[in-house]
Design a protein around this ligand. Structure first.
Ligand SMILES: [Zn+2]
Ligand SMILES: [Zn+2]
Length: 59
């Protein structure tokens, strides 16, 4: 399974989120920066899913 690595926060749209940067995603791969995720109490505003730390791309 390959996660699509989105490179921008969907909420503030200004924070660049490169693959090796900390970010939060929901199960539908909505992607947010950490400050936005915390501001939303780790709940995705799009689908209501839980936001979890995005796995970092390694290698
Ligand atoms: Zn953000
Ligand atoms: Zn979502």
């Amino acid at each position: 399974m390959a996660l699509e690595m989105r490179d921008r926060c969907e909420r503030c749209t200004t924070a660049a989120l490169p693959a090796d940067a900390p970010a939060r995603i929901c199960s539908y791969e909505c992607t947010f920066c950490v400050p936005c995720a915390e501001a939303m109490h780790d709940v995705c505003p799009n689908c209501g899913g839980e936001l979890v730390p995005r796995p970092r791309r390694t290698g």
